[in-house]
Unconditional design. Structure first.
Length: 181
C-alpha cells in the first residue's frame, strides 16, 4: 500500500515546523530539529528505514532534505533505487527514478546553491566570532561549574572516570577536562 510520507526539518530546536507542508495530510511525518549539514539525523534515518517501494516522500524544499550536494544526490538516488518517489514542493520537482535530465540539472544546481549558502552563513559566523574575540566579548562555551564540582567530588570519593561519566550522563572527555582544572 502506497503511503504519503512527509519529511520536515528546521535548523534549531527553537524553530517552528508548522509552515512546512502546511495544510497537507500524510500517513506519517518524520521531523528533525537540527542542521542539514549531513545525513546523520534521527528523523531522516527513521524515514530511510521506514519508506518502502511505492511510497511518496514530500519535502517542503530541497534545503530541508540536505545542505550538502553529495548527501542530497545520494539520498535522492537511494530513495529512487528503492522505488520511492521524492516530491520537493517549493521547487515543484519530482524524482521517481525515471530519467529527467532537466530535473536532475535543477536538483544539482539548487543543491550547490544551498551548500554555498550554508558555507557563507558559517563564514559570516566565524568572522563575527573573530571580531567578538578581538573585542574581548566572546569567550566560547564556558564550563558547567556545577557539573565540574560533582565530577571532582565523585573522583575524590574513589569513583572511576568511566563510572563518573555514566553516573552524570556526560562524556569521558568532559570528566577529563573537569579533573584537569
Amino acid at each position: 500500500m502506497t503511503q504519503k510520507l512527509a519529511y520536515i526539518r528546521v535548523s534549531s530546536i527553537d524553530q517552528n515546523l508548522d509552515r512546512q507542508l502546511h495544510g497537507m495530510d500524510f500517513d506519517k511525518t518524520f521531523e528533525d530539529k537540527c542542521s542539514g549539514k549531513d545525513s546523520n539525523r534521527k528523523g531522516l534515518q527513521e524515514l530511510i528505514d521506514y519508506a518502502r517501494e511505492g511510497d511518496e516522500i514530500y519535502v517542503h524544499d530541497i534545503s530541508r532534505m540536505a545542505r550538502n550536494t553529495a548527501d542530497l544526490l545520494n539520498l535522492v538516488t537511494s530513495f529512487n533505487n528503492k522505488g520511492i518517489t521524492l516530491k520537493f514542493m517549493k521547487e515543484n520537482l519530482v524524482f521517481s527514478g525515471v530519467a529527467n535530465p532537466m530535473n536532475e540539472l535543477m536538483l544539482t544546481l539548487l543543491a550547490a546553491v544551498f551548500q554555498f549558502e550554508r558555507s557563507m552563513i558559517l563564514e559570516r559566523q566565524r568572522e563575527g566570532i573573530e571580531l567578538a574575540k578581538q573585542k574581548g566579548k566572546f569567550k566560547g562555551k564556558q564550563p558547567n561549574k556545577k557539573l565540574y564540582a560533582q565530577i571532582q567530588e565523585l573522583f575524590e570519593s574513589g569513583m572511576s572516570k568511566r563510572a563518573i561519566a555514566i553516573e552524570l550522563g556526560c562524556s569521558r572527555p568532559t570528566v577529563y577536562r573537569a579533573l584537569s582544572k
